[in-house]
Design a protein around this ligand. Structure first.
Ligand code: UDX
Length: 430
């Protein structure tokens, strides 16, 4: 099939390279000329395992083209994906400026029947909004359909998630339009859920809100565990073994961050509010998430007798492993609070360092994890990078002022850490 993908951010680029690999003729479009030039050379603007190889392969095989022209892409394609950013606005609703701009541009170039697919995460009613924009350009309603096809990929495993989705959600007003997408995805052999437009849009918000709720639930349980000397990992294993609950997304930690959960849970609250429902449950999910980091930092602050004059070493800066993304990363909350209270920070994250450096150019960065310990008063595991799991803990602690280890991602075994001489603190067990 001939496909255009407008926007080469996480979702757009991954969708584009995967559809090209499946043998479709894909044009990926971005208005950022610098990005376009790099993509043409096979250099992806994001860090994501596997994407570079797939991008290069698509360009080499000729299935993938990169362009800055929505006109060229729309005229050449049967299906046009809108995959531009929808960052949260002040009030928590997603900012749809980019979606509107792209819809206006696509509308100018529709000359034959085209399926326009909303892949960006958008609130209920956005499909109708795109439809109205296209109609406002005088395009006949028989020449196009708007379809919602939300994306569920995770950063760090985006290619795998796109090739092996649990389900594909396709929301459309007319069945014919949905069938086009069913055909496009047929080779993936995933269950297809075909719905109306609004339901598809709600599924995306609902899924992310539910997952965030699961994490906040186990984090709230971790607080109770700390109070009664229980172990949250055992509690999670016991709860999660019930098939109705499932054991995924029950890892207690510093809380959730990233580009999706904060925006989508907030978005779900706002969308519900606009429709006349107060989604108090999700407000609490957000509150628990914020409290979790502050509670953890509070324990460290208490142990050190305040942060003033203390050097805190951060293991990891990304919001989770296998990404350079620092959007709503807990590292930023920790850095902000420690600095505000008179402490200093030394950080290690080979992948996400550059992004944090732009916000915090004056904190200390090291290029070897073992260099973190020099004169540090405490180490905090912020991101669960695999490389941290097999470290020589004795060496890690060498040169510290105080051998205090706060494991914010529960990657270390207490006995092992204590044998290495650490005073060990973790989440959800004493
Ligand atoms: C998420 C959704 O999983 C994905 O379906 C959607 O398309 C985009 O949002 P992503 O943000 O890439 O994906 O990361 P994910 O792996 O879901 O983790 C989100 C956050 O939750 C991270 O901060 C992670 O550290 C945290 N998390 C996850 C936990 O604290 N505990 C868990 O058990 C799982």
């Amino acid at each position: 099939m001939k496909v255009a993908v407008i926007g080469t951010g996480y979702v757009g680029l991954v969708t584009g390279v995967v559809l090209a690999q499946l043998g479709n003729d894909v044009i990926c479009v971005d208005k950022d000329q610098e990005k376009v030039e790099k993509l043409k050379q096979g250099i992806p603007p994001i860090y994501e395992p596997g994407i570079e190889e797939m991008l290069k392969q698509g360009l080499k095989d000729g299935f993938l083209k990169i362009s800055n022209s929505i006109q060229e892409a729309t005229e050449a394609s049967e299906v046009v994906f809108i995959a531009v950013g929808t960052p949260p606005a002040e009030d928590g609703t997603p900012d749809l400026t980019a979606v509107r701009a792209v819809a206006n541009e696509i509308a100018k170039h529709i000359k034959k029947y085209t399926v326009i697919v909303n892949k960006s995460t958008v609130p209920v009613g956005s499909g109708d909004m795109v439809e109205n924009i296209i109609l406002s350009h005088g395009v006949d309603s028989s020449l196009f359909d708007v379809v919602s096809n939300p994306e569920f990929l995770r950063e760090g495993s985006a290619i795998h998630d796109t090739l092996h989705p649990d389900r594909i959600v396709i929301g459309a007003k007319r069945r014919d339009a949905a069938v086009r997408l069913v055909e496009l995805y047929a080779t993936l052999q995933a269950p297809m859920i075909v719905t109306d437009l609004n339901s598809a849009e709600l599924i995306k918000y609902g899924a992310n809100s539910f997952l965030a709720m699961k994490i906040s639930f186990i984090n709230a349980m971790s607080r109770v565990c700390e109070l009664c000397s229980a172990n949250v990992a055992d509690v999670a294993a016991g709860i999660g073994s019930d098939k109705r609950i499932g054991n995924q997304f029950l890892n207690a930690g510093l809380g959730w961050g990233g580009s999706c959960f904060p925006k989508d849970v907030q978005g779900m609250v706002k969308v519900s509010e606009d429709l006349g429902y107060d989604f108090g449950l999700l407000k609490e999910v957000i509150q628990i998430n914020e409290d979790q980091t502050h509670h953890f930092l509070g324990r460290l602050e208490k142990r050190l007798g305040g942060f003033a004059g203390k050097k805190i070493a951060l293991m990891g800066l990304a919001f989770k492993a296998n990404t350079d993304d620092i959007r709503d990363a807990k590292s930023l909350v920790i850095i902000g609070e420690v600095l505000a209270k008179g402490g200093s920070i030394v950080a290690y994250d080979m992948v996400a360092e550059e992004n944090v450096r732009q916000q915090y150019p004056n904190i200390e960065y090291v290029s070897n994890v073992y260099e973190l310990s020099k004169d540090a008063d405490a180490l905090i595991v912020v991101t669960e990078w695999n490389e941290f799991k097999q470290l020589d803990l004795e060496r890690l602690g060498q040169g510290m002022k105080q051998k205090v280890l706060f494991d914010g991602r529960r990657i270390y075994d207490r006995a092992k850490a204590e044998r290495a001489g650490f005073e060990f603190f973790t989440i959800g067990s004493v």
